[in-house]
Design a protein around this ligand. Structure first.
Ligand code: ADP
Ligand code: MG
Length: 756
């Protein structure tokens, strides 16, 4: 690979004709997104249309936890799903599950069955399509090739996938225009231990729903004509950040291909400093890919609402309309899958790594989280008078208490080798977990705690060009409408920020499944809600429901208890690091330490008391996460050694040779050879440094072979391997600047950033 190849690719990319897609048409008119939406989903409406009434009734009652699915109902649903799927070209079905590796897994089975009858003693084979209730409900993939974190030695290799009836089946395109029926499933071991992300998310959701409902029933007045809330669920909206780069250039970068991030590469002169990419004009090829992604996702019932450029060059974001958390997680995983696949069709590569490029912003997946009743009431909606909205305040202080008690666990939930590059790097929340409420709510809590009236923070002001009242902003330009002002401004530095009517957990990594962080969030807050429920019960005594005064007593108690978790300032500042230490808040900078927090007595006790994780399950998570961390860093180290030896050093050697030949020639003709000699002398120590780095990487990797224990191995990767990777990078980046471009073997940042 030489400069010529890089130039050829860049010119080739620029000359390419890009894909265009026909949007679905009906009578020659382009269909609306709302018409396409959910087309490939076997959802409730489709089921109620196609199933006999009693079958649908049994299924609905099963969904509400009323009964288990019997064989007759399962067979009827399977039959209806098969007919629906075959009508749409399906040939196969698959259980679709979420093993502990941040991605999804599937194993396709054909609908084809052979039925043999005998006539006159001779076999007569008929081929037909079948799909039974038991095939719908359960399948048995071999569990031994999925991460189990040590549970396998105790629990054998057998594993089962079981349909999660709350997630509807859907069709995805198979090869040659055929379709495959996907059955969202949980994945458990022979003894029922969770081998996946979904089982524990489901458990945490049901725990938080139950306790939240108990609290509502303690405080909701009982009125004859108003039915009581029957169900509460967590809502989730995941803002997904990602990078797109040209696939041809990507193919020339072994680091991006193997590790998802660049291990070498210096910043170009212009990157994000002009702040002109964020919300800028979306490049045409990217916009085309985005709209095809949205179309494909709409067919799957995934409601993507927002698309825009992000801060870094080539960085973008997609955000959906929020949904019930379990569905939102399925949908986020589908979103990443579809993005990846559609991007391919546009010769683009979608990078979900949290920090693909050094020196520009990395990517996160902000998890917007709230609780909603079956009537669509958002329990974290402050309304215009939060100070007397006791229901809101009870749930708000529960969130604070959950985060206060288990902040280290939340940190563990977002820890990974890749996210460590982002957390604490002045662009993403630091390793300290705190909560931001905004000045108005902060004042409400302070006033309640101090037993004084609330000072209106958002007091009105008026100047010649604007009038601000509590919640409106009048710009005094006749053609501009009055604005509704949010109760809080934003604090982009907070890891857990209240944003109007939900919390936004911003530390989550772009690459990871949102399932684990949300499971932790649900559990921590459920645990806090349990304490609040018990206090409320005591306070209420014999009364039918708790009085305002009862609620205030409890709210005040939790405001005082959780004061230390609230931080309104700049989370990136050194001042906060010191302040947090004074408050006793943990500052967990690196992942290996974060993983250990999964197993502290306090966190373990909480998970087990709630029934979200058993002890072996929790320990298995710990081992899986630690081992994954170690392996990822080792893969980076190995990749880097290869790049140094095969690409980078040979480029430097070629250039050195050219310089030395030039110097010799200059001497021959009695011309000045000092310029060549100067660069030669600069190149030599860099080359030696890189050779040393390659050798030390090989020796630390060899050393690592002998470390068995999960923490020791992760700690070794963190403290012994990673620093050498970083050191080598500094040298390669110097070399890239010094080496003649024609010898440089790898596409440079400016090329990667400028070919969309
Ligand atoms: P921003 O974060 O820029 O304020 P939005 O207000 O659009 O953007 O919200 C971002 C995400 O939060 C979206 O995915 C949105 O659907 C989601 N969201 C909004 N309300 C809720 C809620 N009550 N529960 C969970 N997610 C929500
Ligand atoms: Mg947001």
């Amino acid at each position: 690979m030489s400069q010529q190849a890089r130039v050829d690719i860049v010119t080739g990319v620029l000359g390419r004709n890009h894909r265009t897609v026909e949007f679905p048409k009906n009578n020659g008119k382009q269909e609306l997104m709302s018409e396409v939406f959910g087309k490939n989903v076997f959802g409730t409406r489709e089921m109620s249309d196609r199933l006999p009434k009693p079958v649908f009734k049994t299924f609905s009652s099963q969904l509400k936890g009323g009964q288990t699915l019997d064989k007759v109902t399962a067979d009827a649903i399977a039959h209806a799903a098969k007919v629906w799927a075959l009508e749409r070209g399906a040939t196969h079905f698959t259980h679709w599950f979420q093993p502990l590796n941040d991605s999804t897994a599937e194993k396709h089975d054909s609908f084809l069955t052979l039925k043999t009858t005998f006539s006159n003693g001779l076999p007569d084979v008929t081929a037909l399509e079948t799909f039974s209730g038991s095939e719908l409900l359960q399948s048995e993939p071999d569990a031994s090739s999925f991460p189990s974190g040590g549970m396998r030695t105790t629990f054998e290799a057998r594993g089962y996938t079981v349909w999660d009836t709350k997630s509807p089946m859907f069709l995805q395109e198979g090869p040659h225009g055929t379709m495959v029926l996907y059955i969202p499933s949980v994945f458990i071991s022979y003894n029922g231990e969770a081998l996946d992300e979904k089982s524990v998310l489901l458990r945490s959701s049901s725990v938080i729903s139950k306790v939240a409902l108990e609290i509502l029933h303690l405080i909701e007045p009982i009125e004859d004509d108003v039915p009581r809330t029957k169900e509460i669920f967590t809502t989730l909206g995941t803002e997904q950040e990602y990078f797109l780069i040209d696939r041809a250039l990507y193919a020339l970068r072994p680091d991006l291909k193997t590790c998802g991030r660049t291990l070498i590469g210096g910043l170009p002169a212009r990157h994000q400093q002009l702040e002109d990419h964020y919300f800028g004009k979306i490049p045409t090829r990217v916009l085309a890919a985005m709209s095809e992604i949205e179309l494909e996702l709409a067919k799957l019932g995934v409601p993507i609402k927002t698309r825009h450029n992000e801060v870094a060059p080539c960085q973008f974001e997609a955000a959906p309309i929020f949904e019930e958390a379990m569905l939102a997680v399925d949908h986020n995983l589908l979103t990443m899958d579809i993005m990846h696949r559609v991007a391919h069709k546009y010769k683009l590569k979608c990078l979900f790594h949290e920090k693909p490029f050094k020196g520009v912003n990395g990517s996160g997946k902000h998890c917007n989280w709230s609780l909603s009743t079956d009537r669509g009431d958002n329990l974290l909606s402050p309304t215009s008078t939060p100070e007397t909205n006791y229901r809101f305040l009870l749930f708000l202080v529960a969130c604070l208490k959950g985060v206060y008690d288990h902040g280290d666990l939340l940190r563990a939930g977002v820890a990974s080798a890749s996210n460590d590059h982002r957390l604490g790097a002045q662009e993403a929340p630091p390793g300290i977990i705190s909560a931001f409420l905004g000045s108005e709510l902060n004042e409400v809590l302070n006033a309640i705690e101090e037993g004084r009236p609330v000072n209106k923070v958002l007091a009105g002001t008026e100047t010649t060009h604007m009038r601000v009242t509590g919640t409106t902003l009048d710009l005094k330009v006749a053609t501009l409408p009055k604005l509704n002002r949010d109760m809080t401004d934003r604090n982009r530095t907070s890891p857990f920020a209240f944003t109007g009517n939900k919390f936004e957990f911003r530390a989550v990594g772009s690459k990871q499944s949102p399932s684990f962080p949300v499971t932790i969030l649900n559990s921590a807050i459920a645990s806090a809600l349990m304490e609040i429920r018990d206090d409320l019960k005591k306070q209420k005594g014999d009364k039918a429901v708790a009085s305002d005064e009862d609620m205030l007593v409890v709210i005040r108690k939790y405001i005082t208890l959780t004061k230390n978790i609230r931080y309104e300032g700049d989370n990136y500042s050194d001042e906060w690091v010191q302040e947090a230490a004074k408050r006793g808040l943990p500052n967990i900078v690196k992942s290996p330490e974060a993983f250990q927090r999964l197993l502290t007595p306090k966190n373990k006790e909480m998970f087990m008391r709630l029934g979200v994780f058993t002890e072996p399950e929790l320990e298995s998570r710990y081992h899986i996460l630690s081992e994954k961390y170690t392996k990822e860093i080792h893969i980076e180290a190995q990749t880097l050694v290869g790049m140094l030896i095969e690409h980078v050093l040979p480029a430097a050697f070629s250039y050195r040779r050219e310089l030395s030949e030039s110097a010799a020639f200059m001497k021959q003709i009695s011309a000045e050879s000092a310029p060549e000699m100067k660069w030669l002398s600069q190149l030599a120590p860099i080359c030696t440094g890189l050779q040393d780095a390659a050798e030390s990487l090989e020796s630390v990797l060899a050393e690592a072979q002998h470390i068995e224990e999960s923490f020791a191995a992760a700690d070794h990767a963190c403290t012994k391997v990673s620093p050498v990777i970083e050191k080598a990078r500094l040298l390669t980046d110097q070399l890239e600047k010094l080496c003649a471009d024609k010898y440089w073997p790898l596409p440079k940042y400016h090329e990667l950033f400028s070919t969309l």
